[in-house]
Every structure is written in structure tokens, then in C-alpha cells.
Design a protein around this ligand. Structure first.
Ligand code: PMP
Length: 374
């Protein structure tokens, strides 16, 4: 056959997730931990590598990891599901609670996988835009829930890419107002230190998503986990890929989880670096910076795409350009790096903004802007 019939209609306007996977000396685009695993853990991983029976399938449910996560959270293993990154668990949630004729709710600007997965599964996607300060529009949310047709709610807390934390009272109100499955995505929990975990016993419809990709330096291996009512987990096991979490990832995630106090000092340092980043950006003329409870900072700057390009091309600093996202016009997001990386980013921003001010002064701004759009 010299042609292929088209895929489902739902894919026609769907853009793939674009992680902008380009190399730079200073990588501040994906909210990773800027530090690799500590040396002592790398040594132990090296020993693990040769002990794995690569010919055998992994434990489908990652039983031992699951038990350890459950115990640390005061839960039973049946309340925990491990996935190939939080991303896989989001798809599992949408496969089980979304789908044709089912309503998935999110609050843009937010993590884009919720809407991509909802669209990819022909779910009905309902989006309640955040207010200009990026808080959730509580009145609109409650009015929508009152209609009684929402099946699945995604609240990233803190929200990516804005860094906003929703008040706990709002989240409790949501849990009381609906029997929809409410996913509170705590991918950045280790930085915000806020969790809805204490509310699980009262709310069967609460699911909490976490990841090893951020604070725990394991983005490369893909591991995330969900805490939820055992009935919710049981349903999710019907749609999940059985062997999605490979043996090495399971072993590495167990090691990291057991040794998690080792990461505390680095997390505290990253929070200090975040303060330095926010303070530094707020000192630069022409930059509006938003406060953040996570390991990244959103800021607004005129001609953001041109600034993004200058950061990369002239300074080898990679950040994320959100300027084409509705509600995030002229916004860039920078992840919190090491102290040196933050300094390098701030120096680059200083230089770029000073040059822009100078050229604006000489009346060539309009010309430069035209060039930038081209
Ligand atoms: N949720 C949020 C809010 C995120 O920002 C991310 C990562 N960008 C994820 C989930 C998924 O992370 P991972 O698949 O690496 O666990």
C-alpha cells in the first residue's frame, strides 16, 4: 500500500509534548535536580548493574519499592502504584477515569500532559483558566463541579510552570464538593513541603502523585508513584502497562528512597538558590518575577522568545519558553540550578537586558523586535 489511513480524529490538532531536548552548558529547562546522585549512591548502583538478571521480566508491581513507599507514608502497599515516571501514571489515570463521554478538568496554565492525555483518549477536556495571579478560580471551579459531571480533576500543587501553591482549604473544599477522582500532583512536594497526605483517610477520591525525577535526581530512570485508595489503585492496575518499571529503575528507586535523608542538604541549598534567583531576577529592570514554591521560577520579560534564544546562543543557558502558552505571554521558566548556574544565568540575563535597553535607547528596538519574530 502506498498510503495509510489516518489515525483517530482526536489526534488531528494534537501537538506532541515538546521537551526541547537540546544540549547547553547550563541546563535549566526541565526542573531536574542540577546534581547527579551522590557518589556513594552511584557506587552502589554500579554494584547493582552487574547483579541484575537482565533476561527476566521485572516485578510488574515493583512490590518491594511499593512496600517501602507505603510504609514511609503510613499506608498499605495496596495504596501505592509505581509507574514509569509520573507521566505514565497520569496516562493510567486518564485511561481509567477519562475516555469518551467522560470529563477531565484542569487549570491552565498547568502541566500540559493532563490535557494531552485527555485529548489523546477522546475524553472531554474542561479547562478553567487560572486568575492573573495564577491562583485557581474557586468560584468557577465550584460552579463547574456543581454540575455533577466531572470525572477526573488534575491539580498540580505547586503548579508547573507557575510555582503557585493552592490553599489546603480550597483542596479540601474540592474533595468535599465532588466524587470525581481528584489528583493532587505533588511532583514538587520535596521543595514545597506541602502535602495532602493527611487528608487521604477522609477522602476516598483523593490521589497524590509524586516523582523521583526532581528532588531525587532520578529523571533518567523514570519512576513515579501514586498514593490513593486501594480501590482506585486496583482499577488503575487494569489499564497499566505490566512491565513499565524496569528492574534497574526499581532497584535504584529503592536505594534512593531508603537513603532520601541524604538529599535534604541539597534540597535546602536549592531553596536558597531559588531565593537568590528570585531576588536576582527582581533586580533586573524589565523583568517581572513570580514567587514559587517549587524548584523553578517563572518570569515575564518583553520579547521573551528573543531573550530565550540569546540565553541559549550567546550564553549556552537553556530555559523553557512558555511565551506561546495562553496566559503566559512573554513568560520564561528557569529551573533552580547550582549556585554557580544561577549566577551564570543571572549574569547572562543582566547582559541581555542591558543590551536591549541600550538598543531601545538608540531607537532600534522596533527593528530588533521584527528581527526576533522572523
Ligand atoms: N507532574 C508535574 C507537575 C510535572 O512537572 C512533571 C514533570 N515535568 C511530572 C508530573 C512528571 O514527571 P516524571 O514523569 O518525570 O515523573
Amino acid at each position: 500500500m502506498d498510503r495509510v489511513r489516518p489515525p483517530r480524529e482526536a489526534l488531528r490538532d494534537l501537538a506532541p509534548y515538546d521537551a526541547k531536548h537540546v544540549d547547553a552548558e547550563v541546563m535549566l529547562a526541565s526542573n531536574e535536580n542540577p546534581l547527579n546522585l551522590p557518589g556513594e549512591l552511584l557506587d552502589r548502583l554500579e554494584e547493582l548493574v552487574v547483579r541484575i538478571p537482565y533476561n527476566r521480566y521485572p516485578d510488574p508491581m515493583a512490590t518491594r519499592l511499593r512496600e517501602e513507599i507505603a510504609e514511609a507514608n503510613g499506608l498499605e502497599p495496596g495504596n501505592v502504584l509505581v509507574g514509569n515516571g509520573g507521566d505514565e501514571l497520569i496516562m493510567d489515570l486518564v485511561l481509567a477515569w477519562g475516555g469518551p463521554g467522560r470529563v477531565v478538568l484542569d487549570f491552565p496554565p498547568t502541566f500540559v500532559m493532563y490535557s494531552i492525555d485527555a485529548k489523546a483518549t477522546d475524553s472531554t477536556l474542561v479547562q478553567i483558566p487560572r486568575k492573573p495571579d495564577f491562583s485557581i478560580d474557586e468560584d468557577a471551579l465550584m460552579a463547574r463541579l456543581a454540575r455533577g459531571d466531572v470525572d477526573l480533576v488534575f491539580i498540580a500543587n505547586p503548579n508547573n510552570p507557575t510555582g503557585t501553591l493552592a490553599p489546603e482549604t480550597l483542596l479540601i473544599d474540592v474533595l468535599n464538593a465532588t466524587d470525581a477522582l481528584v489528583v493532587v500532583d505533588e511532583a514538587y512536594f520535596e521543595f514545597s513541603r506541602h502535602t495532602m497526605r493527611p487528608h487521604m483517610s477522609r477522602h476516598a477520591n483523593l490521589a497524590i502523585l509524586r516523582t523521583f525525577s526532581k528532588a531525587f535526581s532520578l529523571a533518567a530512570l523514570r519512576a513515579g508513584y501514586l498514593l490513593a485508595h486501594e480501590d482506585v489503585i486496583a482499577e488503575l492496575t487494569k489499564v497499566r502497562q505490566p512491565y513499565s518499571v524496569n528492574r534497574f529503575t526499581q532497584a535504584a528507586a529503592r536505594l534512593v528512597f531508603r537513603e532520601r535523608p541524604v538529599f535534604e542538604a541539597a534540597i535546602s541549598q536549592l531553596l536558597r538558590n531559588r531565593d537568590m534567583l528570585v531576588h536576582g531576577l527582581s533586580e533586573i529592570e524589565g523583568v517581572e518575577v513570580f514567587s514559587s514554591e517549587a524548584n523553578f521560577v517563572l518570569f515575564r520579560v518583553e520579547h521573551a522568545s528573543a531573550v530565550w534564544r540569546d540565553l541559549l546562543k550567546e550564553h549556552s543557558v537553556l530555559v523553557r519558553d512558555f511565551s506561546r502558552t495562553p496566559g503566559l505571554e512573554d513568560c520564561l521558566r528557569v529551573s533552580v540550578g547550582t549556585e554557580e548556574e544561577v549566577r551564570r544565568f543571572l549574569a547572562a540575563m543582566d547582559e541581555i537586558m542591558a543590551r536591549r535597553r541600550a538598543s531601545a535607547h538608540f531607537g532600534v528596538a522596533a527593528q530588533a523586535a521584527r528581527h526576533d519574530e522572523g
